[in-house]
Structures are given as C-alpha cells and as structure tokens.
Design a protein around this ligand. Structure first.
Ligand code: BGC
Length: 416
C-alpha cells in the first residue's frame, strides 16, 4: 500500500478526556451533579495536562508523525471575557513539544466541553454563542497561530442530527424514541451550573434546530476570526459520519439522514481548507430508521458493531465535499488488542484503496492515543493504543501501538 510521503500518521485525544481537573467546564459540573448521566467523573483523567511531554515523546518514539489534541475553552476563558494567559502558555508549551518531537500538531478548539458560564446564557442554543466562540478562537490563534498548521474549529459538528438519528429525537429537541436516561439529570445539573434547565444546552445534548444552526454559525464565525489573526493556519471542521447501508425500501430515508448529517453542513464549510472525517461503524437503515445491530454482530466495548470496512465508503462519499480529507478519528474500544490491530489494518486497507482511486486523503489519526475518559461510559471502554494505569499514571504501549507506530515510522524515516 503506497501512502504519500506527506501523509500524516497520528493519534488523537481531547482535552477533557485526558487532561484531568477540567473544573471550569460544564461537563465537570454535570458529572458531579446528583442523578448524573455519567458512569463516573473524569477526575484526574490521564493527567495529560502534566504529563504531556512524556506522552508526546512516547508517541514520537513509536513512529507517529502527527498529534491531534484539543485546547480547552473552559481553561482559556474560565469566566466570560476573562482569558487565562497561563492556560494559553500551557498550550504554547504543548505545541512547542509537538514540534520538538517531530509531531505535526492538529488543534481542535472545541471538543464537546464548554465553559460553565456559557450555560448561563443558553449554551449551544444561545444566539450569542457563535460570537463568544469566535472571540475565544481569535484569542488562542492570535497567540499560538504561528505553531498551528491545522486547526479544527468544532469536533463532530453534526452531533445534533447524528444523535437525533440514533435516538429518535424531533426537531424541537423532544425525545421521541429512546431518551438519555430521562430528564432527571437536568434540574440538579442546571443548579450546579447556576442556570435553569431550559438554558442548560451542553454541546453533546443539544439536538434542536436552533442548536444545529448555532453550531454552523459558530464554525463560520470562528473561521473568519482565525483567518484574520493566523492566515497560514489551515482551517477545517470534523464530522462524524457513518456508513449508511439501506435495506430494500429504505434508500430514501438513508439519503435523508445523509443529507441532514452531511450535505446540509456543506454551505457552512465553503471556504474551509479541509474536512475531518470521523468514523467508527456502519448503520443499517430500515424503513423506520437505524436498525439494531445484527444478532451475530461482534460488539465493541462502546456498543458499536465491529465494522472497520465502514471507513472506505465514508471517505469516498465525504470526498463529494470537494475538500482535502483527514481521517481525524477512527478506532475501536476493546480489551482484545489483536482485534484493534485487525481493525486498523482493515481500515487502512480501505484508506489505501480510496487514495489509489484519487481520493485526496492527507492523514489518519487513530482514536485514541491513550485509554481515556469515554464520556458517559467513564473509563471502562479502552480505545487507547497506550494503556494507562490510573493509580500510578503509568503508560504501557499495547501491541497495536507498536504495529501502527511501525507503519507510521516507515514514513517518518522517508520524510526525515
Ligand atoms: C468523539 C470522541 C469519543 C469517540 C469514541 C467520538 O465521537 O469525538 O470524543 O471518545 O468518538 O466514542
């Protein structure tokens, strides 16, 4: 399989899932409120805020050439309009370490978590959020832009329609199918965030049409702000895309879901430099929507079907955006690392075939570098190439880390 010499071989993380102690974020409060939807709180996570240099050295030593991580808005702007020079200096150190170790950084400016104060205004349904988000992006890129070649504004910007499709939620945000464990978590979480339940609209739980529009506007406002202060940084967004496989009679509904989750975002992406594609599985579509997994399906720890073949068709379809693509996330939660190796091999075979057919794919970032905080599921699912003992914070690379690192390392040697 031939990959271009410039192809980025990376792993990905997100601030809240690895840094630890993200106390100024909405998620921290939600994790600790009575009736929380979270299996356990994020706590110290992987203490990556302190151990980032060791982690980056480890990844570079394994052979990787790139690292995707997120900057935490809640740290940079812990109170409305109050920017932390210390937090920005921390991320300057992370970027410097990436360059020192030969890892091309790809920075994400929003990966699910937001500052607590945003929930006082209405979170991701508040019409002023795009402007606030853009102000934060401007502050970060004005300081750090010189060391940021690639920047993703918002991670999985299409989470609203994606979750609607998975949970069966109507346009006004009301659950019509399975809901998120009832609404009992809302009032205590709102109290913890000094807001009211109607204003508590965290990014991950906002499915309304209003919320979807806010996210698109936030991306466009952020892109403009970034361009103004850091014109050399390439700007994109990431979308979570599934391989929709319609059963007979369900093509129309599958097409409608693809339109809602992909095509309707394209106008907001006009002027972007790249598109980040995130894929974990397929979705079989029946006339009522997404079907349960087949009875004999191999399920991963995150509850997804093992289906690494999904990445290739998703990339081919995403190419219709007319933008260079990066696989910004692809991975598997499993305790069986042999399955992870097999997953990666199958997924990369698909990337190679798409590349050979001329699809412009510029890099592959495995999710995730470390076993980390898998949101509502806590620390049980293991997505990492590197195991983390959370008592001692000791890191142990798995076979899959050596495997993918060796593929990456061959290219690292060619590049240097
Ligand atoms: C998210 C990650 C998450 C991963 C695995 C993606 O939706 O961007 O934060 O950990 O999927 O579920």
């Amino acid at each position: 399989m031939t990959f271009p010499d410039t192809f980025l071989w990376g792993t990905a993380t997100a601030a809240h899932q690895v840094e630890g102690g993200n106390t100024a974020s909405d998620f921290w409060a939600m994790e600790h409120a009575p009736g929380s939807l979270f299996a356990e709180p994020s706590g110290d996570a992987c203490d990556h805020y302190r151990l980032f240099r060791d982690d980056l050295a480890l990844l570079a030593g394994l052979g990787f050439t790139a690292y995707r991580f997120s900057i935490e808005w809640a740290r940079v702007e812990p109170e409305d309009g109050v920017f932390s020079r210390a937090a920005i200096a921390h991320y300057r150190d992370v970027l410097a370490a990436c360059h020192e170790f030969g890892l091309t950084p790809m920075v994400t400016l929003h990966h699910f978590t937001s500052p607590r104060w945003l929930m006082r205004y209405g979170g991701w349904e508040y019409a002023g959020t795009p402007e606030r988000f853009a102000a934060y992006c401007r502050a970060v890129l004005a300081e750090l832009g010189d060391s940021v070649p690639y920047v993703c504004t918002i991670n999985e910007a299409n989470i609203g329609p994606l979750l609607r499709g998975m949970l069966g939620i109507s346009g006004d945000g009301a659950p019509v199918g399975i809901d998120l464990g009832g609404q009992d978590w809302r009032r205590p979480a709102a109290e913890a965030l000094a807001t009211t339940p109607d204003k508590l609209n965290p990014f991950l739980f906002t499915f309304s049409d209003a919320g979807i529009a806010v996210v698109k506007q936030a991306h466009m406002a952020a892109r403009e702000a970034i361009r103004a202060v850091s014109p050399a940084s390439q700007v994109g967004i990431t979308l979570s895309l599934q391989d929709f496989q319609p059963l007979p009679g369900a093509t129309e509904i599958a097409d409608r879901m693809w339109a809602e989750q992909f095509e309707e975002y394209l106008p907001a992406l006009q002027g972007d430099d790249f598109l980040g594609v995130q894929n974990y599985c397929r979705a079989r579509i029946g006339t009522e929507g997404i079907l349960p997994q087949p009875a004999d399906a191999e399920l991963t720890q995150a509850g997804y079907e093992y289906y690494p073949q999904a990445l290739e068709p998703v990339l081919r379809r995403a190419a219709t955006a007319g933008l260079p693509l990066f696989v910004t996330e692809n991975g598997i939660a499993t305790a069986d690392d042999d399955r992870r190796v097999a997953f990666i091999e199958t997924a990369l075979d698909g990337v190679g075939r798409a590349l050979a057919d001329g699809v412009d794919i510029r890099g592959y970032f495995y999710w995730s570098a470390l076993d980390n905080f898998e949101w509502m599921l806590g620390y049980t699912p293991r997505f990492g190439l590197i195991a983390v003992d959370r008592e001692t914070q000791r890191r142990t690379p798995k076979n899959s880390a050596y495997h993918l690192g060796a593929v990456a390392g061959r290219h690292r040697r060619i590049r240097s």
